[in-house]
Write a protein that binds this ligand. Structure first.
Ligand SMILES: [Zn+2]
Length: 249
């Protein structure tokens, strides 16, 4: 595999998905056919926040607990090193669908989290003026077995229940973040999507934006695109943590 000769580019946007964190031991919640279990779907559905928040905390809070023992893998580290190397007026923007915060832990500074972060909580009261905050609250065993509203963590400002600061299914992506992505894509001359499907939004829309601006567009994923997205000019198949160090050499 040839390196991408990154010295020829000035503005790089890297979209990362679940495949980038897999080598760190983060489960994707998708089966071999890409399906999501019904039980997980219930607690991952934004329409259920009002009724199932305790169950959501049991699942996502436990996942937060596991996150704290997980380290970035060579895919994260390669991207972070690249950012350090790439100063002198060049920009690297990482746009991630992952909620694990591993890019930042590896040292990446310019990261846009379009699905939020499991490391943060936020108030469910939309008129509360508190901001999302880094939170290490995790449920104990008895909560996981028997999640109750009384034990759901509460906002220190207004005492409403808190929720994980992640975007659930049926919820809109955060507007500020999308605006930042749009801005980054406008100046982008090299676009990589790594460990994410090239066919599904938002990857499919982001790559179209990059291609429209005449960027070189590349997909790195374990499996080939089911329906070919014509906006990707190149496709490399394999594990992110093995391919990225070669491409970005
Ligand atoms: Zn509040």
């Amino acid at each position: 595999m040839q390196s991408l000769q990154t010295q020829n580019y000035r503005n790089l946007v890297v979209l990362t998905g679940a495949g980038v964190s897999q080598a760190s031991g983060i489960p994707t919640f998708r089966g071999p056919q890409g399906q999501i279990s019904e039980a997980y779907m219930r607690v991952a559905d934004g329409n259920n926040v009002a009724t199932l928040l305790p169950e959501m905390w049991a699942t996502h809070g436990a996942a937060r607990g596991r996150l704290m023992k997980i380290a970035p893998n060579p895919a994260h580290v390669t991207l972070a090193n690249w950012e350090t190397k790439w100063r002198d007026g060049r920009e690297i923007t990482i746009v991630t669908q992952n909620v694990d915060g591993l890019h930042q832990l590896a040292g990446s500074a310019n990261v846009i989290e379009i699905h939020g972060s499991l490391r943060r909580s936020r108030c469910t009261n939309v008129s509360c003026n508190s901001e999302p905050f880094v939170d290490d609250w995790t449920p104990d065993e008895s909560f996981v077995e028997n999640p109750t509203w009384e034990k759901v963590p509460r906002c220190s400002v207004c005492d409403s229940v808190l929720r994980p600061d992640i975007t659930l299914f049926n919820e809109a992506l955060p507007l500020d973040e999308l605006q930042r992505v749009k801005h980054a894509l406008r100046d982008c001359d090299l676009f990589l999507a790594v460990g994410t499907s090239g066919a599904v939004a938002p990857a499919s829309e982001f790559v179209r934006g990059a291609a429209y601006n005449k960027a070189r567009t590349i997909l790195v994923n374990l499996t080939p695109m089911e329906t070919r997205n014509p906006y990707f000019g190149e496709e490399y198949l394999g594990r992110a943590e093995e391919i990225l160090p070669q491409l970005l050499d």
